[in-house]
Ligand binder design. Structure first.
Ligand code: COA
Length: 251
């Protein structure tokens, strides 16, 4: 099997196909050290050349498969799907029963690859960036009661289930507003990731966005917002495409 763990000192081997992958660039360089040090990054090697990579994170019975990159000249040789299957195997061996990934809805090659590997779309999320600015919010912020918690939230692009020790104030709502989850990204520096769960008709999105904008301003953070519904606010900049969360139950 040409798939093995990637090492920290091998960044130079993959830099060319992990830097300008998308129109917005890529994030692999930012996570390379932590992925290789935790031993979660797989590399596909052929003739001493790395042709592809894939990371897998296992938490309980779930796994998050991410960062699949294949060198352009080596595409359509089943390297990507082999890495995906290898990640599934690693996850299964460590007790995971499910695998999930997030894919931009414009990324047809990746969507098709996951489709071939029998993943199904579980949810579609809208993603926004948001200006961080000072605001004078005149409404109160509450810890959200548990029954309003969203089923999932985003942290460092992983879609996690809210857990008990988050009660201390990361899941909030403003009066009449939607529930939202704050996650200060562990992987990406100074980034506040916010999942907004619009499960009821809310008339207070405006204050919520302003609250988030103000909070990030005070903490010197950039903001990424994820929402199951479309949001409209002058502070928001819409990401070009939506993000499909795909899932597979392992046999
Ligand atoms: C997506 C990506 C990882 C696929 O890697 P790959 O090694 O070329 O894909 P594979 O050869 O393993 O393809 C497996 C199956 O996926 C589908 N597929 C892959 N690329 C495709 C494309 N460009 N168009 C249509 N279907 C495609 C096909 O069904 C293919 O099977 P087939 O060739 O027998 O028809 C690769 O295109 C890539 O690195 N893209 C840039 C980074 C990226 O988008 N990563 C995923 C982020 S979520």
């Amino acid at each position: 099997m040409p798939i093995r763990k990637a090492r920290r000192d091998e960044w130079y081997k993959v830099r060319n196909f992990c830097t300008n992958t998308f129109l917005w660039g890529d994030y692999i360089e930012q996570v390379w050290d932590s992925w290789t040090e935790s031993g979660s990054l797989l590399a596909y090697e052929h003739d001493k050349e790395i042709l592809g990579i894939c990371n897998v994170v296992i938490y309980g019975t779930e796994s998050w498969i991410e960062g699949i990159r294949v060198k352009p000249a080596a595409r359509r040789r089943h390297i990507g799907i082999s890495l995906l299957y290898a990640a599934e195997q690693t996850a299964t061996q460590k007790g995971a029963t499910h695998g999930r990934s997030g894919i931009e809805s414009s990324n047809m090659a990746s969507l098709q690859m996951y489709n071939t590997a029998k993943y199904r779309t579980e949810q579609v999320w809208h993603m926004y960036t948001c200006d961080a600015q000072p605001h004078n919010i005149q409404t109160l912020v509450y810890a959200a009661p548990k029954h309003t918690w969203p089923p999932r939230y985003v942290d460092s692009w992983m879609w996690l289930i809210p857990h008990h020790n988050m009660e201390s104030g990361n899941i909030l709502h403003l009066q009449d507003g939607p529930t939202f989850v704050l996650a200060e990204s562990k992987r990406f520096k100074n980034t506040l990731m916010v999942t907004i769960h619009n499960n009821v008709q809310c008339n207070n999105n405006n204050n919520t966005i302003q609250y988030i904008s103000d909070l990030a301003y005070r903490n010197n953070q950039t903001i990424q917002i994820f929402s199951t519904t479309k949001l409209n606010h002058t502070l928001l900049h819409k990401h070009d495409s939506t993000i499909s969360i795909v899932v597979k139950k392992f046999p």
